[in-house]
Design a protein around this ligand. Sequence first.
Ligand SMILES: *[C@@H]1O[C@H](CO)[C@@H](O)[C@H](O)[C@H]1NC(C)=O
Ligand SMILES: *[C@@H]1O[C@H](CO)[C@@H](O)[C@H](O)[C@H]1NC(C)=O
Ligand SMILES: *[C@@H]1O[C@H](CO)[C@@H](O)[C@H](O)[C@H]1NC(C)=O
Ligand SMILES: *[C@@H]1O[C@H](CO)[C@@H](O)[C@H](O)[C@H]1NC(C)=O
Ligand SMILES: *[C@@H]1O[C@H](CO)[C@@H](O)[C@H](O)[C@H]1NC(C)=O
Length: 320
Amino acid sequence: MFVLYLLPTVYSVGYLQKLYLPDPGPESFAFDLNGQGPYTGVADGRILKYKGPLIGFVEYGYTNPNRPARFCDGTNRTDLAKICGRPLGIGFYYKTGELYVADAGLGLVVIGPRGGPGRQLVTSAEGVPFGFPDGIEVDQETGIVYFTDASARYNISQIPELISNKDATGRLLKYDPKTRNVTVLLRGLSGASGVAINKDGLFLLVTEFVTARVQKYSLKGPLANTAQVLLNLSGSPDKIKRNFVGDFWIALTVQSQEPTPAITLQGQKINGNGHILETLTFSPEFNSTLITEVQEYNGALYLGSLYVGYVGVYHRIWRI
Ligand SMILES: *[C@@H]1O[C@H](CO)[C@@H](O)[C@H](O)[C@H]1NC(C)=O
Ligand SMILES: *[C@@H]1O[C@H](CO)[C@@H](O)[C@H](O)[C@H]1NC(C)=O
Ligand SMILES: *[C@@H]1O[C@H](CO)[C@@H](O)[C@H](O)[C@H]1NC(C)=O
Ligand SMILES: *[C@@H]1O[C@H](CO)[C@@H](O)[C@H](O)[C@H]1NC(C)=O
Ligand SMILES: *[C@@H]1O[C@H](CO)[C@@H](O)[C@H](O)[C@H]1NC(C)=O
């Protein structure tokens, strides 16, 4: 590693490892305080925990406390989201070990520190029910939970309609566990899919899938409680996750028409000023029509998608 600092140009190539799941659709990931995981929510409503190559994935929890397990286990049907649950964004609050979940069918849910059944916290804000809860971020300093509703009008079974109608009913929301109050921070968002807080708790970055951009919402300072467009992207962003340095990885699905219609799945690393620091392409090895998350953990990049049956783990090989 030492040599990297001395030589001028460093670029990376990598290889993709696949952690196979008992059910498809690992939308996003979390790691616990002990570094165990990844944890991920899948299509049948369960949240699974990876216990290493010998054991693989085991059940950790589920969002609907009355989930009929025998009916739901193994399903890949999004229309059952209200019955089986459909965990999308997940994030631990390390002080309590609780796992917060943005569930497409059940709203904001919390699972206790030992896993098992979830507890539904909120399903609406300002009287408007959530249609498609999607991204989540827990502020580790305050315990406040930030999450997105991708749309108030369309649900997870209606993604094509959400996109073709350029829906703009998405919202950025804040849940305070002390008051159990939910507040709308931003409205009129177009496919609000991901949210991440910066290292110092100064701002949030919010991705919009339909308008292909990132907005910056200030939490503190002179611009507090206002947002501005930080960056227009070359594709549709889903989740955004901060890495240990404080930069952010965006999962990006790029559609092109020339020379033939193609989909490229990428991860794009940006900083808090909206500068693109790195772009990596994971397709065709990561073979899907959508990438939902790129999360950097312990040097590897964890790749999620609604439509694959494994967790992608991209390992970089540094070349000079
Ligand atoms: C989504 O909305 C449609 C139309 O209202 C409805 O038929 C369907 O059951 C809903 N799906 C989910 C997962 O809630
Ligand atoms: C909850 O939030 C609303 C506005 O979003 C505010 O009017 C109300 O005072 C808050 N309640 C508590 C208990 O903080
Ligand atoms: C993003 O694109 C919009 C519309 O083309 C443009 O008005 C805006 O200045 C752009 N913002 C940034 C930060 O590039
Ligand atoms: C990707 O998946 C499609 C359909 O599922 C398949 O036809 C194609 O061969 C796969 N490509 C690669 C590179 O694995
Ligand atoms: C799950 O369902 C989606 C949507 O119908 C489909 O694209 C995908 O291939 C399915 N995944 C698996 C592993 O069966």
